[in-house]
Design a protein around this ligand. Structure first.
Ligand code: ZN
Length: 150
């Protein structure tokens, strides 16, 4: 009887870990302290409503780090006002992001995730000619955290 229970538990662990490994998101402690809305965006690749984020019209000296793991992502010097309703950056801190092809909602987009924890940040668009660097990292405020320059 004990052996049977043990085997069933093993099979269930295998199934659950297989489920998670199919997702790009790592299921580690990075996401355990996030609230429901943060998880919806960061873990399950949601989007906050346009114009609703706390950093949409936020312009101060400092850096923006990943909400889940504190990885430095963007310098405030690369933030610009694109009027798109989400914080926009025309550059990233080198090596801080991962890019993935995203074909959801019948659109061809490039998803950006934190290179450290793989949490969802938003999308990056090229060729809009909004700034000299010709890039717009369109980021959910809820995915990032501002750290003031000291
Ligand atoms: Zn992260």
């Amino acid at each position: 009887m004990f052996n049977y229970v043990f085997i069933v538990i093993c099979i269930q662990i295998c199934m659950v870990s297989k489920l998670f490994s199919q997702d790009k998101i790592k299921t580690t402690d990075f996401f355990k302290d996030l609230n429901k809305e943060e998880k919806r965006v960061i873990v399950f690749k949601g989007t906050e409503p346009s114009g609703s984020g706390m950093y949409n019209n936020h312009f101060e000296d400092g850096i923006y780090v990943c909400k889940a793991c504190n990885n430095p992502l963007f310098n405030s010097t690369s933030k610009f006002n694109s009027n798109c309703g989400w914080p926009s950056f025309d550059d990233e801190i080198k090596g801080s992001l991962k890019r993935y092809e995203d074909n959801s909602f019948f659109m061809k987009r490039t998803e950006i995730c934190c290179a450290n924890c793989n949490g969802h940040l938003g999308h990056v668009f090229e060729g809009e000619k909004l700034t000299e660097k010709n890039l717009r990292h369109c980021v959910n405020s809820i995915s990032i955290k501002f750290v003031k320059k000291n």
